[in-house]
Structure formats: C-alpha cells, structure tokens
Design a protein around this ligand. Structure first.
Ligand code: AMP
Length: 468
C-alpha cells in the first residue's frame, strides 16, 4: 500500500459480486443439497483455530505448515495467550468439533459437510488464491480394526469419491473430470512403514538430483518428495515409481491391496461422467492420510488442474485426543469449479431438490461384516450388499435422500424398519436374499405401511409413482 494512495485488496484475495457472486452462491447450494441427498448434515467451524490444531493434524513437515499459514502470533505480554491461525483447510476444525461436542459418543458414525473460506499464503496465480472457498465432507467414526475382518469396508471411501463426482456432474462438468486414486498404506506393521523405508532407500540413491528441500525430506518425511513440483524431483520420482509400480510387487498389506482393488472395480462399475485411473504418484499434501486417497482434476484449469481431493485418514482422530477410529472425506475448490465451468461453457446448472428419505437395508447376518466386501461372505451375501449399495447410489443420483448404513450391514428386518422410522424415512427398501436373486427388492411405504416387490431397475420410478 503506497502512502496516501488508494488501498487495494491484499494479493491473492478477491472481491466477489454481481453475476459471479450469484454463481458462487448457486454452487454452494448445489453442494449443500447434494451432500444432504447423500446423507450428510452441515457444520460450520471457526475461521481461525489454535495454531497447534494445524501443526498437529496437517503435520510439521508440510508446505502448508512450514510456509503457508496465516498466523496471528501469541501476545507475549499476556499470560495464557495463544497463537491463532486462519484455517488452511477445514478437516482439522471439523474433527476438533466432533471431539469437543462428543459426537463420537452420541452419534456413532457421523457424516458432515461444510462450505467456507480457507487461507493459505501461496504464490497467487490462476486458480490459486490466498483466500479461497472449499466445500467438503467428512465421515467420522469408521472402524480402524486391528485385522482385516474388523476394519470398516472401503465403502465409505467409495461413497465420498462418488459424492464428489456427483457434485461435479451436477455442476455441468460431466465428462471433463478425471478421478485419480492411490493408496499410501496403513498403520499395520509391514505396510506404510515398509513403503516409507523402501522409498527412503530408493530416493537416497538419487539424492544428488533432488532439490535441497527434498534432500531434507528423505529423512524427515519422504512422502513429501513425491509431492514436489520441481522438474528435477518429479523426473526422479517418475522414473523410480514407474519401475516401482510395474516391476515389483506392491509394498502394502493385504488389506490395503484389497481396498484399492475394491475401489478400482467399483469406480469402473459406477462410472458416470468421470474417468478414473490409478495414480501412482498421488500422496496428497497433508500428513494425516492413510489407505486409499484420491484427487479430482478437471479440464480447463491449466497448471492448477485439481478441483478436489481427499481419502481415508485413520490417524487423525486419535492424534487429536479422540478414540481410535478412522475417517474419510474430501474437499473441493469452489473457485476452480467456477473456472472449469467457464471453460466448459456452462451457464446454468440446476440446484437439486432434496427428495424424500429412503432407507436401504441389505438383509445380511448381524455383526461387523466388512469382510463381505472382500469376497469372504457367501456369494448371495455379497450380492445383497452390492445391490443395496448400488441402488443407494442410483437413488441418490436421482435426488432421493438415501440412507445406507456404512458401518454395519447386518440388521434384522424388524430392526431395519425401526431404524428407518426413527430416521423419518418415507420408504424402506429391503434387499433380501430371495429378492436379490431375482433382481428385485421389497419396497415399503412407511406412511401407508404397504409393501410390495419391485424390480430393482424400476425402483426409482416406482417411488416416484407413490409420491405422485
Ligand atoms: P487440498 O486441501 O490442498 O487438497 O485442496 C482441495 C482443493 O481445494 C484443491 O483441489 C483445490 O481445488 C482447492 N484449493 C487448494 N488450494 C487452493 C488455493 N490456494 N486456491 C484456490 N483453490 C485451492
């Protein structure tokens, strides 16, 4: 700011008004309604938090914490004063709120969405701002498990990936989005730790070709090297990882391998409006990820082509003082979606209505049945679970607010109906063994108590018929 001259907005910030504000607000409503359709409820957390929340969650050796945080320093003359930071992302704040309000005790599995500004002191360029808006979701309270059978199935991770693509499709970006996925391994011995050691060893041999930051990262946080955008570092990583991905078996545990295979198959199966592929270099910029991670890119954005990203993060809740449960989620950059829309010539997009609540229940045996999704269940159990989730996705894509229990797949029919009425469901869809065999379901109108069998392919149309 020149002395006496006019004052301008700080670099990397923008004034939004007129048509552009209209568009942003519409996009926010689209995001909110789509998240509600997928069974998420909203949360707003403060724009600033204690600095320690971010250093502990995002990780000390990350670009965000090392150089991009807007921090209001502690006032040294005041006892008990703390330093605060404008949030660079919203996951840490949401997890803090989840713990502070004991949602982990009162709600079991918690599904939340948020929208709001985030702040990072990055070098501004097209699609990269210092204040930008994100929409995101978090699924909190998944079973981490100490064995394959006890870990929650990757269905929650798949759900958030499909929700992100549903938002982008509804925003008019159908056919212009690529979803890249990868795994960064989990905390089980011999998985992420082994991968870390292997990478260290491989990269140490190429040390002299890496930038000075990356040389330090080899010891401090080797995954960050894979994230470095400097051409020399990228070249080293690509060479190593191409070999790594093609010529040697994966370093990860059986569970993580099964998880990524599951995600690959289902992403192919559910494909609508996006392309998907394994992205071997993807590690994500933050420390808290474990297991399957993903990133979405869109045409028309140039160098900053990521519109969003996320994945499973099993370490964070415990790291912030909570129970040993896992989580998954994503964040989408709203300004980048607006740029991608402009490039695609999208003027208008519809804001979906949130349709009546439908509760979908597969009739699997009770108990944690994550293994069903890895092929250990019987064929007919697997079919029921698969059908139920597939129908859930179809109904959500058509705008019905649809509940599907991500934690337990085993409920007795009476329990399921009780749960459906507790939630205020207008319809219950029961996928039993007999029905699944004939590609049918039982559709129960919770108001009239009437029940009938309908073809799975006609389910949405049959529900529309009932609500007129
Ligand atoms: P991240 O939390 O870094 O994975 O970011 C999620 C999404 O937010 C990215 O894919 C971008 O679309 C958006 N985003 C991140 N940083 C910025 C930024 N500095 N300016 C604009 N959008 C951003």
């Amino acid at each position: 700011m020149a002395g006496g001259g006019s004052i301008q907005a700080p670099r990397g910030t923008r004034d939004i008004f007129g048509d552009e504000l209209e568009r942003l607000e519409r996009l926010e409503r689209l995001c909110a309604n789509t998240a509600k359709i997928w069974g998420y409820s909203g949360i707003r957390t403060p724009v600033f938090e204690h600095t320690g929340l971010f250093t502990r969650s995002i990780g000390e050796v990350t670009d965000i914490v090392e150089k991009e945080m807007f921090t209001i320093p502690r006032q040294t003359d005041k006892a008990g004063a703390d330093s605060f930071t404008l949030r660079p992302e919203n996951t840490a704040g949401v997890v803090r709120a989840y713990l502070e309000h004991n949602l982990h005790k009162t709600q079991g599995l918690t599904k939340l969405w948020y929208v709001g500004p985030q702040f990072r002191r990055e070098r501004p360029q097209k699609g990269r701002l210092r204040e930008f808006n994100q929409m995101g979701v978090e699924v909190l309270g998944l079973q981490k498990g100490d064995s394959q059978e006890r870990r929650s199935p990757p269905i929650a991770n798949l759900e958030v990936m499909l929700l992100a693509t549903d938002i982008l499709n509804r925003a008019g970006l159908k056919g212009r989005v690529v979803l890249g996925y990868n795994t960064v391994g989990c905390d089980q011995p011999g998985c992420r730790d082994r991968y870390r050691e292997e990478l260290k060893e491989l990269l140490a041999k190429e040390e002299e070709k890496l930038c000075s930051d990356c040389r330090k990262r080899i010891e401090r946080n080797v995954f960050r090297v894979l994230d470095c955008k400097k051409p020399n570092c990228r070249a080293v990583c690509e060479e190593l990882l191409t070999w790594h991905s093609q010529e040697r078996p994966e370093a990860f545990c059986e569970h993580c391998k099964a998880e990524i295979e599951f995600i690959k198959n289902r992403l192919d199966q559910f494909q609508e409006g996006y392309a998907s592929a394994r992205s071997w270099f993807l590690v994500r910029g933050l420390d808290y990820y474990t297991g399957a991670v993903f990133e979405l890119s869109a045409q028309g954005l140039g160098a900053q082509d990521a519109v969003g990203g996320g994945g499973r993060y099993d370490g964070l809740i415990e790291e912030l003082g909570g129970p040993s449960v896992g989580a998954t989620g994503f964040a989408l950059g709203l300004e980048r979606i607006l740029i991608a829309q402009q490039d695609a010539g999208v003027d208008a997009f519809e804001i979906p209505d949130v349709g009546p609540l439908v509760y979908v229940a597969p009739m699997l045996p009770p108990g944690p049945s994550s293994s069903d999704f890895f092929g250990y269940g019987t064929e007919s159990q697997l079919q029921m679970a698969d059908d139920a989730f597939r129908l859930t996705v179809i109904l959500r894509r058509k705008g019905f607010r649809t509940e599907f229990d991500l934690l337990k797949h085993g409920r007795k029919i009476a329990n399921s109906l009780r749960r459906a009425s507790q939630l205020g469901a207008r319809f219950a869809v029961i996928v039993g063994e007999m029905e699944a065999k004939q590609q049918e379901v039982k559709l129960k109108d919770m108001e009239t108590r009437e029940e009938r069998r309908v073809k799975q392919a006609d389910l949405a149309a049959e529900i529309w018929k009932d609500i007129g």
